[in-house]
Design a protein around this ligand. Structure first.
Ligand code: ADP
Ligand code: MG
Length: 599
């Protein structure tokens, strides 16, 4: 700022000096002009004075000539007419001359006047010049003052700037000194840093060498550990396989202990809608302390039945499924499993097998368990699940998964295994539990449709859901095939007793025959007979490879607790007892004589 101000001031001083010079030039011009004028006036004055003197001389000359003219006149008067003429001429000449003289005088006066005026003018001019000179003097004084003033300010500014820059300079110097100090201190630090860097570099080099060696060592160790591990893994896998085999064996033993064929009884709770009719008193009682017995009150007498398991009327769907769950597991392990719901119409067979939307039964729960079990084993096993669903009505087989419900036949598989198969049966591969839900809904819907087409027969037909589980051991590649048949049997009530005829009677006889055949087969199996009469009905024939040796069967016998169903309840329980008693023997159980369906 100071430098700038200083420059400004310098500029201003220069300007002032320039204007001063201009003024001085103007003054000198004015002076020369006034000198010229004065000189010209003096010249004019001198010329006029010369002229006046000339004129005075001429006048004096003329005046000196006068006596000659008088003489001439006198001479003319005296002498002759020639002289008179000369005289008049002279007179005329005289007049002219006097006229001239007067005009010269006039002129002289005018010139004098002019001189006086030009004197006045020159006097004025001199006054003006003096005034100018005074003004110039004043201006010069002012200018000088101004210059002095500016000079002072300039000095002040220069001084201030100098002091300021001195301060700044001092600061800079200080900074410079400190920097210098620091700079002098830097080299040793730099040197130490350099040595540090060099040592670090060598360390890094050493480290990478060491690291490489360590990595190699670690690699060796890891590969050793891996081979050790894989060895151990092989061991473990072997152990696991043994364990699985043992588990399977133990499971088998457990199921066998419980009985490969188990008969369970579910007592239907008394529902609100059942209470409006007659015969609503409860005749069936269960013993909370004995899970395998139930008592039926008949004509004032209590009759007890011993079964593998009796569910209380309030038993939940989940509780019922808990008894089935081990069979689902063994199906994944490659066993053949059959689950039947047996009982009179309305006793809860469909409820137990299918259940309701909010409270699903064995079918859905079994499949859910199946898929969760498959998910758990996915690291060791891969599984393929397929389902089919058929209905047997009047000894005719129909596909519940195809819309037209075509009749199907059971044939010996041409592959030479001796196993049965149903040509044309729709078999669907299931990938998830959600998928199976849709398939079950289709089967249910088709069963209802066929029912309305054919004399509403749902209670007089057997509905089968067949699930096949094919497993592959991912390690060994060995395969297993498990099968699970979930069967909602036709109502076991004795229709012919109410005097049914024709088609209705034939239907009843067919049901009777197939249920009887089922009872016979189960009884023969439980009794370990050599001949099992599978061929006596379509149902047993179809289920032949799932009911045979090594397979597991659960029969859920559904009974009503109400008095009005007493007859059917007794029949169902007798049927249950018949298939139940055989294997466990008379010592462990109370043996009922008689068998088959109630006559
Ligand atoms: P079935 O198939 O043997 O003819 P359902 O399963 O159709 O008999 O059962 C008849 C009625 O009784 C249905 O409305 C069903 O919901 C009901 N029901 C059966 N068992 C139970 C139970 N344990 N709890 C509640 N309701 C039941
Ligand atoms: Mg039903």
């Amino acid at each position: 700022m100071l430098i700038k101000e200083n420059e400004n001031l310098r500029g201003r001083v220069q300007q002032l000096e320039i204007s001063l010079q201009q003024r001085a030039e103007q003054l000198s011009q004015l002076e020369s002009k006034s000198e010229q004028r004065e000189w010209r006036r003096g010249e004019e004055l001198r010329q006029r004075e010369d002229r006046v003197r000339e004129l005075e001389l001429e006048l004096n000359k003329e005046r000196g000539k006068e006596p000659v003219v008088k003489y001439v006149t006198q001479t003319v008067e005296v002498e002759s007419p020639a002289t008179v003429r000369q005289l008049t001429k002279a007179r005329q000449r005289n007049e002219v001359l006097s006229e001239r003289l007067s005009s010269q005088n006039e002129r002289c006066k005018q010139l004098e006047e002019q001189i006086r005026k030009s004197d006045e003018y020159s006097c004025n001019l001199q006054h003006k010049i003096a005034a100018y000179e005074r003004e110039i003097g004043k201006l010069r004084e002012e200018l000088l003052k101004e210059i002095g003033h500016l000079e002072e300010r300039k000095e002040e500014a220069v001084k201030a700037a100098a002091s300021c820059s001195a301060e700044h300079f001092q600061n800079l110097q200080d900074q410079f000194f400190t920097l210098q100090k620091r700079l002098t201190a830097l080299p040793p630090t730099l040197r130490s840093m350099k040595t540090d860097y060099a040592s670090l570099r060598s360390q890094v080099r050493n480290f990478s060498e060491f690291y490489g060696a360590a990595i190699n060592e670690a690699k060796k160790q890891i590969s050793a550990a891996i081979s050790e591990m894989s060895e151990a893994n092989k061991d473990l896998l072997e152990k696991y396989r043994k364990e699985v085999a043992l588990r399977r064996k133990l499971h088998e033993q457990l199921v066998e202990l419980k009985g490969n064929i188990r008969v369970l009884c579910r007592v239907k709770p008394v529902l609100k809608e059942d209470q409006h009719e007659e015969g609503q008193s409860v005749v069936v009682t269960t013993d909370p302390n004995n899970e395998s017995s139930l008592t039926v009150m008949n004509k004032g007498k209590n009759r007890s039945f011993e079964l593998d398991k009796v569910f209380q009327p309030h038993a939940t769907q989940e509780e019922v499924f808990q008894e089935i769950e081990p069979l689902v597991t063994s199906c994944i392990d490659g066993y053949h499993v059959c689950i039947f719901a047996y009982g009179q119409t309305g006793s809860g067979k469909t409820y137990t097998m299918e259940g309701s939307v909010e409270n699903p039964g064995i079918n859905q729960r079994a499949l859910k368990h199946l898929f969760s079990e498959i998910e758990e084993r996915k690291d060791m096993w891969s599984y393929t699940v397929t389902v089919s669903s058929v209905e047997i009505y009047n000894e005719v087989l129909r596909d519940l998964l195809s819309k037209d419900g075509e009749k199907l036949d059971i044939k010996i598989n041409p592959d030479g295994t001796g196993q049965l198969h149903v040509p044309g049966l729709r078999v669907i591969e299931v990938r998830s539990f959600q998928h199976i839900k849709k398939i079950l809904a289709t089967a249910r819907r088709n069963r209802i449709t066929f029912g309305t087409q054919m004399n509403q027969h749902s209670s007089r037909s057997h509905a089968l859901l067949c699930i096949t589980v094919q497993g592959t051991d991912l390690a060994s590649g060995s395969k297993t095939t498990g099968k699970m048949n979930l069967v909602d049997l036709a109502g076991s009530e004795r229709v012919w007793k109410s005097g049914a005829e024709g088609e209705r009677l034939k239907e009843a006889q067919n049901i009777n025959r197939s249920l009887l055949a089922l009872g016979d087969v189960i009884q023969a199996l439980r009794g370990r007979h050599t001949h099992i009469p599978f061929r006596n009905s379509r149902l047993t024939y179809l289920l032949q490879d799932s009911l045979g040796k090594g397979s597991k069967t659960v029969m859920v016998v559904q009974v009503s607790a109400l008095e009005r169903n007493l007859g059917e309840t007794l029949c169902s329980l007798k049927f249950a007892q018949r298939v139940c008693k055989v294997e466990l023997g008379p010592a462990a159980r109370k043996i009922e004589s008689g068998g088959g369906l109630c006559d």
